[in-house]
Design a protein around this ligand. Structure first.
Ligand code: PEP
Ligand code: MN
Length: 338
């Protein structure tokens, strides 16, 4: 942290700042210029609060030097984290597709969609058994029955399973069935849940809170990484809330290159929730791959008009298959494969 003293700060004020720094177990490095004195705090500044230093007499400003997250940062680990899953490598050269319905509704629906996405080249199937719905009157998911259907389909079709876990006490149950635990946008800052999924050892897809900054997303990832330092965490941009209301959310494509700069963790994009309309999913997905996303999480439903959740943003299997062909061309254009 850097503390900038006010112009004309007295020697006594400077000494007193140094004393406070040393009392907290840090070393102070003083640099006295013609106009101002600057004091550097040497050591892990993350537990410190800059605002507190600004309360001391003679201090003008206190600024952090380090990113507030450490284990998630590229400074800590310069090379990309690669997470192996069912023959895929999330965060590697190949852009990885994860597809399936918003919610598990029936065995027939899951079987239909699983074979269709597998045919299109997908190895990871998504589907929610516990659904975080905005209205308590909406379909809440099949719960454990949904997990059982996922397990059967996984066995039969040979796909890895991504499914959401909504509460810490559900983690042991959901972990028995899922290959990847999804933390939904509404739970990005549920710290008890972040600890629980971290401790499970399973790969985690951490969705960005719809009103969270990228720094907040990375601090949530840091919670998981602190539970287990090489915890396999995959970040997901899924759209944020803005004043624009012609789409369900505003997909923040900038998040992809910004996160690539800041972190070694893989980044996937969810163009389904990010747009809310199946007609827009293709354009958003192509943009995500062009921007450098490591994967996509796409909602596919065999009968969207009958879907119990998110039918409007779900692609039918034939449209999904055509999109995969287009995405492959985009991936090749940016020196990736798909
Ligand atoms: C989902 O993936 O179906 C879902 C509920 O996502 P989000 O948490 O991003 O709304
Ligand atoms: Mn959904």
């Amino acid at each position: 942290m850097i503390i900038v003293m006010k112009m004309g700060a007295t020697q006594e004020e400077i000494e007193s700042v140094i004393t406070s720094i040393e009392a907290m177990g840090f070393a102070a490095h003083v640099s006295s210029g013609k106009e101002r004195t600057i004091i550097g705090i040497i050591g892990n500044e993350r537990p410190l609060t800059p605002d507190n230093f600004e309360l001391l007499p003679g201090v003008e400003r206190a600024m952090r030097v380090l990113h507030p997250f450490r284990l998630a940062s590229r400074d800590f680990k310069p090379e990309n984290t690669v997470i192996p899953l069912n023959g895929e490598k999330i965060g590697g050269h190949k852009v990885v597709l994860m597809a399936g319905p918003c919610a598990v509704e029936s065995r027939e629906q899951m079987r239909e969609v699983a074979y269709a996405v597998k045919e299109a080249g997908v190895k990871i199937l998504r589907g929610g058994a516990f659904k975080p719905r905005t209205s308590p009157y909406s379909f809440q998911g099949l719960g454990e029955k949904g997990l059982e259907i996922l397990a059967e389909i996984k066995q039969e079709v040979g796909l890895a399973i991504v499914t959401e876990v909504m509460a810490p006490e559900q983690v042991p149950l959901v972990s028995r069935y899922a290959d990847v635990l999804q933390i939904g946008t509404r739970n990005m800052q549920n710290y008890a849940l972040l600890h629980a999924v971290g401790a499970s050892g399973k790969p985690v897809i951490l969705k960005r809170g719809m009103m969270a900054t990228l720094e907040e997303l990375l601090l949530s990832a840091e919670y998981i990484l602190l539970t287990q330092s090489n915890a396999p965490v995959i970040l997901c941009e899924r759209g944020i809330r803005t004043y624009e209301d012609s789409t369900r959310y505003t997909l923040d494509i900038n998040a992809v290159p910004v996160l690539k700069e800041l972190t070694h963790l893989p980044i996937v994009v969810d163009p389904s929730h990010g747009t809310g309309r199946w007609q827009l999913v293709g354009a958003a997905a192509r943009a995500a791959v062009a921007a450098g996303a490591d994967g996509l999480l796409i909602e596919v439903h065999p009968w969207p008009e009958r879907a119990l959740s998110d039918g409007a943003q779900s692609l039918k299997p034939d449209k999904f298959a055509r999109l995969v062909v287009e995405l492959r061309r985009v991936a090749e254009a940016v020196d990736r494969s798909l």
